[in-house]
Design a protein around this ligand. Structure first.
Ligand code: DP6
Length: 315
């Protein structure tokens, strides 16, 4: 391998969630999902081969201890491509995601790492192949190979080669995502073990694949028709249904904090008063608001601490 350039991959937010695996090792999902990539917000990563007998991992300018779970996941990912006895890397990775927004970075992190590996080992993989490779690091990373609206086709093969993302051609200028950070003093269960527990213990999970499949179709229809109301309500319903399966797990998985619920009530009230605004949530207490730029001013007034992202550029 040689030194790679610096590679970038965007963060993404799922409107139809990936929740549950049919294969733990390969990160093969139970259901297809759909996300929107966050433009310039994401991860920059560069790989440099080094002589030192272990990987050296730098995150946002700080050298991490090799025993950190983050480092072990990165090294395990690199092991897929190298002989770990002879080949080590300095991995320099930096997030342009506002840390205050509380967005996870494993999706953009593994997508950027897949791009850097492709460069360093001169693999010349296609985007679809890169998506398969990124998925091996973290499922949702397969969507971060693309920008705009992205669909992850679940695939059916046991080797996972048909389980990768694809970009949808539709754009939606004016679509806004507001990141609302709810203070999380309690450390949440990560998605990896959270989804595993849900699959193993929640009877309610049986209905999830059906719901996800129908939500995915509705979202694609909403995107084609630029029907914001349909997009918003389908995404919100999908997120709440996922959280319902989490609640039905044992021990229960409750990612919400009291302030998460307060925010939800505030959004439902605003909507009742005529403001077209919806939300989605992942495996954490933070809300991601969905609205259009025509409502930007009013939404900013209601949520002054919110970070706004326009995935298709400012309008
Ligand atoms: C709730 O991709 O982080 O954000 O494949 O185990 O790395 P692993 O899980 P991960 O799960 C993301 C779950 C989610 C929904 C989503 O992004 O689709």
């Amino acid at each position: 391998p040689s030194a790679s350039d610096e590679h970038f991959a965007p963060s993404n937010i799922a409107l139809c969630k990936y929740w549950g695996k049919r294969d733990q090792q390969l990160n093969l999902p139970v259901n297809a999902s759909l996300s929107v990539s966050l433009g310039h917000l994401g991860t920059h990563t560069r790989l440099v081969p080094i002589d030192y007998p272990a990987d050296e991992i730098w995150l946002n300018g700080e050298k991490l201890v090799p025993s950190a779970p983050f480092c072990q996941r990165i090294s395990a990912f690199l092991d897929l491509f190298r002989n770990p006895d002879h080949c080590h890397f300095r991995v320099t990775t930096r997030n342009s995601i506002p840390t205050a927004a509380g967005l996870a970075s494993s999706a953009s992190g593994f997508a950027a790492l897949a791009l850097a590996v492709n460069d360093s080992f001169a693999l010349q993989l296609s985007k679809e192949q890169l998506s398969v490779v990124a998925r091996l690091g973290s499922g949702s990373a397969c969507r971060s190979i693309f920008s705009g609206f992205v669909e992850w086709q679940m695939g059916h093969r046991e080797d996972g080669l048909d389980s990768h993302a694809l970009a949808l051609q539709n754009r939606w200028p004016g679509l806004c995502i507001g990141l609302i950070k709810v203070d999380a003093s309690v450390k949440a269960t990560d998605s990896r073990s959270g989804m595993q527990r849900t699959v193993e213990t929640a009877h309610l999970y049986q209905s999830w694949p059906l719901q996800a499949a129908s939500d995915l179709q509705q979202l694609k229809q909403a995107i084609t028709a630029q029907d914001f109301e349909l997009l918003g309500r389908t995404a919100e319903h999908n997120a709440l249904s996922m959280h319902a399966t989490m609640l039905a797990s044992w021990p229960p998985l409750v990612y919400w904090q009291p302030d998460s619920l307060k925010m939800m009530h505030k959004i439902w009230k605003l909507r009742q008063d005529g403001l077209p605004i919806y939300f989605t949530m992942d495996a954490g207490p933070n809300l991601k608001l969905l609205f259009e730029s025509t409502s930007l001013e009013e939404v900013m007034r209601q949520f002054p601490d919110m970070e706004v992202i326009q995935p298709f550029g400012d309008v």
